[in-house]
Ligand binder design. Structure first.
Ligand SMILES: [Zn+2]
Length: 317
């Protein structure tokens, strides 16, 4: 083969490689989410058509993340930025403004607030909006992903948005969101039976992280360790909680992997109960590797703790 012919063949080959690379790059929508749970839902719905990364780690407290400079770089390169809305991540407004991209600002084409389809709990009335109610949750309780059926709603919202960005795969995204909803519905029914069999009277939680989880699985919440969301507890509050828990035969204290776990453990000890650390996010605990296994893990941990503290003859006063 002549040198000229060889060059022509090489050129043709390089063009083919470039085309393949371009089509692969085009096929993937690059998504950045704030949390690992949202990233897992993006993965379920987006499949091979997306590449997704979460800014936060599973163990982080979304209320007080300190954004790293790399967050801005990641955002700037993303085709879509997915976040929880309802002021769950108060560090976001600064971050999206730092990106200097108008599409990433609230209402922009690349900014997706997935709370739009969610019925937010504990929304304060206008006259309650004072500093006295605490520093966070001013738009209601933002921990809605801890109800698996809210994850299904987020899946639908995501499918619609991904379908806009990649219309050729819109039907695929929609059918994956429907499949996810079916899976989560079956999971919820199964776990609800498991929780019901535990016969828990009620629980105390450190922060109002678990309101949606407890409501979905019909577990009564007696009180919280934090006197107000984001406000630290003290010995007097712990003593009054212990008294209340004994009266109600409540012996479980639930925490996330962050927050005042020491006070939670102290309170559980005071009532001869158990302190249980649950996964508030995908990857918050090693077993919670996906959105579905997060709920399986949490119900398993509740069951283990409940076995150790039988309700006894007192029942649930
Ligand atoms: Zn919170």
């Amino acid at each position: 083969m002549s040198a000229h012919k060889l060059t022509t063949v090489l050129h043709a080959l390089l063009c083919c490689v470039a085309l393949v690379v371009a089509s692969v790059a085009q096929a993937e929508i690059s998504v950045i989410t704030t949390t690992p749970s949202l990233a897992d839902i993006v993965k379920q719905v987006g499949g091979e058509e997306v590449r997704v990364e979460s800014l936060m780690s599973g163990r982080a407290n979304g209320h007080n993340v300190i954004p790293r400079p790399s967050f801005v770089m990641k955002l700037r390169k993303a085709d879509l930025f997915v976040h929880s809305g309802v002021d769950a991540e108060p560090w976001l407004p600064n971050l999206v403004h730092s990106s200097r991209k108008v599409e990433l600002l609230p209402g922009g084409a690349k900014n997706l607030d997935v709370s739009t389809a969610i019925r937010v709990l504990e929304v304060p009335a206008a006259d309650e909006l004072t500093r006295a109610m605490g520093d966070i949750h001013v738009h209601g309780n933002p921990h809605y992903m801890l109800d698996p059926m809210n994850g299904a709603k987020v899946g639908r919202t995501l499918a619609a948005k991904l379908g806009q960005l990649d219309p050729d795969h819109a039907a695929t995204f929609e059918s994956r969101a429907i499949a996810l909803e079916e899976q989560l519905t079956a999971l919820t029914a199964r776990l609800a039976d498991d929780v019901n069999a535990l016969g828990l009277c009620s629980v105390v939680t450190t922060h109002r992280t678990w309101s949606y989880f407890l409501k979905r699985f019909q577990i009564k919440q007696l009180a919280e360790l934090e006197p107000k969301p984001g406000i630290a507890t003290g010995p007097r509050h712990i003593a009054s909680l212990a008294k209340k828990m004994k009266q109600k035969n409540t012996r479980l204290v639930l925490s996330a992997t962050y927050g005042d776990v020491r006070s939670a453990a102290r309170l559980a000890k005071a009532v001869e109960g158990r302190h249980v650390i649950l996964a508030q996010e995908v990857n918050a605990l090693p077993e919670a590797t996906s959105y579905i296994s997060l709920f399986e893990t949490n119900v398993k941990l509740l069951a283990l703790a409940a076995q150790e503290i039988p309700t006894g003859d007192e029942g649930c006063p």
